[in-house]
Design a protein around this ligand. Structure first.
Ligand code: GDR
Length: 378
């Protein structure tokens, strides 16, 4: 009996004091390196990975600005004050910077979310867009090859539905048929294929998440969803500035960014690397988004006139709310199609948790809160 207790105590002492077990615990913490951490997806992904007990190294071109952004957007406590979150300076347009960062961190997983993310802007700066969105991805993959990390590091690439471009709307399945219609989509198609190529050529666990539009209160103000929710809230609070939009009948598959970062992580936890469509499987038009957003604030819109003269009017007061501005049209526009998400559902076991209505509600509520506090502080 005495002997058993002694053995137990010795074992207990061993577990409490022994250094090897402590460092084993430390070593079991996974390290992630996120390129583009200060954007919408980077922010949510960093938070998500920290909740999974990762040590998260986030790369930004300007860490001081990133700190300010995180603070303004309410991520001071969850990110900046978390000891497992480390902000690093770097830029994927610079190979040396990429190699040094990967060599320093030696991560288990890399997420490439760094991009020039505006499709419209890509028509004005196609070269810069390609430099970041296409060759940037190559720089990361090539760094893994140069540092002999092809078997150690898993890699996630944020691909985009813009790579399809002209895919016929009624096609049953879309995974390998591409005809991008924008410089942005073309650059993203390069990054898609270079990711596939490094997987096939060097055995890197590299995955493309073909992400359809995903929005949130962190969405940049130039994207149509956030532009609409901000305008709706300002109108509700008294502004009479007219919301100028481009193609009201453009359709998109809009999901919630917070749901999508989980899918990114799940891809890297599979037995084999693969590419997945990340979408809701539902299309809505810009027009519907406007109606839904203003509807959340009890404002009903009626549409009058047609084409470039079309206007959206407040049914209750006759006030003009929306006008068309051809500046927001694009030289070429991606044809919408309903993505088939069966494989994502079955193989990845992932489905978005937030539907279109909830997404609009989340964005309206956040913008309303923000606008109220801004007007309160003035
Ligand atoms: P998108 O997003 O180009 O799909 O790319 P955006 O919100 O800019 O446009 C969506 C659709 O709305 C139409 N639209 C307008 N768009 C903007 N920005 N401003 C307007 O006033 C306006 N009026 C109508 C557009 O023509 C378009 O059809 C997003 C980005 O996040 C990419 O980085 C990402 O890869 C894809 O989604 C999937």
């Amino acid at each position: 009996m005495l002997k058993k207790t002694t053995v137990f105590l010795i074992l207990l002492m061993h577990f409490v004091h022994a250094d090897p077990s402590a460092s084993a615990l430390e070593n079991s913490q996974k390290k992630a390196l996120i390129f583009g951490v200060s954007g919408q997806d980077g922010t949510y992904l960093a938070e998500f990975l920290l909740s999974k007990n990762y040590q998260v190294h986030g790369v930004s071109r300007n860490p001081r600005l990133a700190e300010e952004l995180f603070t303004i957007k309410g991520f001071k406590i969850t990110l900046l004050e978390n000891p497992d979150f480390i902000l690093l300076e770097g830029d994927i347009v610079n190979s040396t910077s990429v190699i040094k960062l990967i060599d320093k961190v030696r991560p288990d997983e890399i997420y490439n979310l760094a991009a020039q993310s505006s499709v419209k802007q890509s028509f004005e700066t196609p070269e810069e867009t390609s430099e970041v969105n296409a060759i940037g991805t190559l720089r990361i993959l090539d760094a893994l090859q140069l540092l002999s990390l092809t078997k150690k590091v898993k890699f996630f690439q944020a691909a985009s539905s813009e790579i399809y471009g002209m895919y016929p709307g009624n096609a049953p399945y879309a995974k390998y048929r591409f005809h991008p219609k924008t410089p942005y989509g073309i650059a993203k198609l390069y990054s898609y294929w270079i990711t596939v190529n490094y997987r096939e050529a060097y055995g890197i666990f590299a995955c493309n998440g073909i992400l359809f539009n995903h929005e949130s209160p962190l969405r940049g103000e130039g994207f149509v969803t956030r532009k609409i929710t901000q305008a709706a809230v300002k109108y509700k609070l008294g502004s009479r500035e007219i919301l100028k939009l481009g193609n009201l009948d453009a359709q998109r598959d809009w999901g919630y960014a917070k749901d999508y970062v989980e899918a990114m992580w799940l891809m890297l936890q599979q037995d084999e690397p693969d590419d997945f469509l990340i979408a809701t499987g539902e299309l809505h038009s810009v027009r519907e988004f406007v109606e839904q957003a203003f509807g959340e604030l009890d404002i009903e819109i009626v549409w009058k006139e047609t084409g470039i003269d079309e206007i959206g009017v407040d049914k209750a007061t006759g006030q003009i709310i929306v006008q068309i501005d051809s500046d927001f049209y694009r030289p070429t526009e991606t044809t919408p199609f309903v993505p088939n998400v069966t494989e994502t559902d079955q193989k990845l076991n992932w489905k978005p948790k937030t539907d279109f209505r909830e997404l609009v509600k989340i964005m309206i509520e956040a913008d309303y809160k923000r606008e109220k506090s801004l007007s309160h502080n003035q």
